[in-house]
Design a protein around this ligand. Sequence first.
Ligand code: FMN
Length: 335
Amino acid sequence: MNDGLPALHHQVMIGAVPIPGNIFLAPLAGYTDRVFRSICRDFGADFTYSEMVSAEGVARESAKTDPLMRRGSNEDLFAIQLFMGDVDPVKRCLDRLLTFSPTVIDINCGCPVPKVVKIGAGSQLMRSPDKLYEIVSYITGSCSVPVSVKFRLGWDQDAISWKRTADAALEGGASMLTMHSRTRAQGYAGKADWLQIRALKQWVSEKAPSIPVFGSGDLFTAEDAKVMILTTGVDGVMFARGAIGNPFVFREAKALLDGAPVPAPPSIAERKQVIVRHLIQLAEDIGENAACREMRKHVCAYLKGVPFAGPVKQAVVQATSIDMYLKALGQLPEA
Ligand SMILES: Cc1cc2nc3c(=O)[nH]c(=O)nc-3n(C[C@H](O)[C@H](O)[C@H](O)COP(=O)(O)O)c2cc1C
């Protein structure tokens, strides 16, 4: 136990849905497909999010969006994150979205990418709280799936707007809020401002004490998760870049927050085992060739800091088959 402290790893309610723990995998476009999410679940992530999915794409039955919304075999619970510039595509996509049975529908108010903000979506939605309210209230009024909203501090340092974003989401009936404590202008650079996460938690506690607030930003180790919970009072954390190449962080965070002994970092043999699982499952999903291309960035992340991994990373960049990957990985020491 945590020396008399309240339990740090605990169930959270998102609307009427109990989620068994409060250590989540954040949405990460280009990374959190169902294979990676499944691996994170197996290592202890309590809840996972799809990559962001275009509401317009879902409405138009775009071939690109369906695979993003399929769940992994161990994902009894998972959220689909949508991005949109206004309520119109949501009205057209909701029935189809519901056929994928998301546990939670999350609204993206944080994406900084120009082609997303150009349509009024992502961080741009923080500048239009009325639209956000309309989107959230439309979904909450049309189905029983709880809605969560993930946002940033604001557009830039001169336009910090998390309070009105949180208010719009809550007034629309959102059941959970997550803040990535950087501005849109910061992108992913600079330090995340956890004091603002603490302020958000206090803000929401006064208005809607039953609504869980999650923190995101600069969570790279199990210790980071513990410190964020203790210093900000948030109900839970979302690992993002800290989980890329490191799904092991979930078992470490879970042990630390449970007050149990923290497992040793993964051996090289275990890293290899997880890489091979990742690659094979991805090949089953998207084909061997595409999986080999897609895995390059993951392998570089899995092998970050591993001694003598340079030649393996170089070989993997050229690899076009599972056999070539296995041969490359065979160069790694076993220990
Ligand atoms: C490559 C990448 C893709 C991301 N994709 C999404 C996304 O699809 N939806 C979203 O809400 N946030 C997305 N994010 C933001 C993360 O979920 C997270 O809030 C952010 O990285 C801050 O956490 P960190 O500093 O611990 O990485 C993405 C971040 C990165 C680095």
